[in-house]
Design a protein around this ligand. Structure first.
Ligand code: SF4
Ligand code: SF4
Length: 361
């Protein structure tokens, strides 16, 4: 059977960002601007992505607006026929910049928010005036007639504001709201004890989302990315390793998942040296955990093996020290009990000061 095409390309154009969110999924060792791919290489990658059958391009970072050549990259993607989604903090998303990006084919904007109360939201963002800037930018997006999604990363400091977050998304004119509980990779893992809500808080939040979905059907779509730690079974991380998505880091490494660079002993091909097609078809890193062959018990033979694909390899490494084991957030994992105990301890711990994300650690 031939290998299906990936669906999406996540292009991390830069790790630079004016914000310092403590839950950032970027790695602790951030790529510096001198190591970033140039415009021409990104343009080639866009065409290779389209040739490979990819349809959706997510322009991410860091903050992609920091790249002065963003419009050139969007243009290259548009010429290649990709649907373009800008994932942004909105810092720097002026009306002029937005008009320029729309003129070269930008299709969709996703703005992340840190909360609804300005002081607390700006504290988490580590940027004064962030929430106001985001609100203004959301208005520009709607005025330009572009589709808008609000992304709210949920954690201990804002989980009680979920109802107001839903109201904010409607008031700002979003068609979609992503309620995304923190996933503990990169900086989020380093701040886990300060970010983890309690199970009770999570359960209240889940009910709020369910109620809002019923009330706002046809008006606002609400995606709910639940925290793996409080589930019984893991999610299919990125739709399964090497199955649906390719992530390109700012310096050109092609990863099956945005946290995969944290796995020791693995090397990843670079788009400077190989085509996307070559990487997708035959790069050893993409093949390592693709499918079910690699699976140990209890994944091997499990009825969900081709549903969640054994969960997240990076989480397995972070929690159990072994990327090739069953994701410990799965209740069937032999490592589940000690993980659950650690979670309960952290959720009950007095909140420590955040370690804000910044280049240089
Ligand atoms: S999570 Fe925050 S710090 Fe990380 S890239 Fe997004 S806006 Fe920047
Ligand atoms: S044992 Fe493996 S395949 Fe089965 S539910 Fe758990 S993580 Fe998924």
């Amino acid at each position: 059977m031939s290998l299906p095409s990936p669906i999406g390309l996540l292009a991390e154009l830069t790790h630079r960002c004016p914000l310092g969110c403590p839950y950032c999924s970027n790695p602790i060792e951030l790529v510096r601007s001198s190591g970033e791919l140039d415009t021409k290489t990104w343009g080639r990658v866009m065409q290779e992505a389209a040739d490979l059958g990819i349809m959706h391009l997510h322009l991410s970072g860091g903050e992609p607006l920091i790249r002065n050549d963003l419009a050139e990259i969007v243009n290259a993607a548009n010429v290649a026929g990709l649907y373009t989604n800008l994932i942004t903090s909105a810092i720097g998303l002026t009306p002029q910049r937005l008009t320029e990006l729309k003129s070269v084919g930008l299709d969709h904007v996703q703005i992340s928010i840190q909360g609804v109360e300005p002081l607390r939201a700006d504290t988490v963002a580590h940027f004064k005036g962030a929430l106001k800037t985001k609100r203004d930018a959301a208005k520009h997006v709607v005025d330009e007639g572009l589709a808008l999604t609000i992304n709210a990363v949920i954690h201990r400091d804002n989980i009680r504001d979920l109802q107001q977050i839903i109201t904010l998304a409607r008031d700002w004119g979003a068609g979609r709201l992503e309620v995304a509980h923190v996933q503990y990779h990169g900086w989020a893992l380093a701040n886990r004890a300060s970010l983890m809500p309690s199970r009770e808080e999570f359960e209240v939040a889940a009910r709020i989302v369910e109620d809002a979905r019923a009330k706002l059907a046809g008006d606002l779509v609400i995606d709910h990315v639940i925290p793996d730690y409080y589930g019984e079974r893991p999610k299919a991380c990125m739709g399964g390793w090497g199955r649906q998505v390719i992530v390109i880091t700012p310096d050109g490494r092609a990863l099956p998942c945005h946290a995969a660079a944290s796995l020791p002993g693995m090397t990843f091909a670079n788009v400077k040296d190989k085509s996307l097609n070559e990487i997708w078809e035959s790069d050893p890193a993409f093949q390592k955990f693709r499918g079910t062959e690699w699976m140990p018990k209890p994944c091997k033979g499990c009825e969900r093996a081709e549903v969640d694909w054994g969960g997240c390899r990076c989480q397995a490494f972070a929690l159990a020290g072994d990327a090739a084991t069953t994701d410990p957030v799965c209740a069937l994992s032999p490592n589940h009990a000690k993980v659950a105990a650690a979670i309960a301890k952290e959720a009950a711990t007095e909140k420590a000061a955040y370690r804000f994300r910044r280049i240089g650690g």
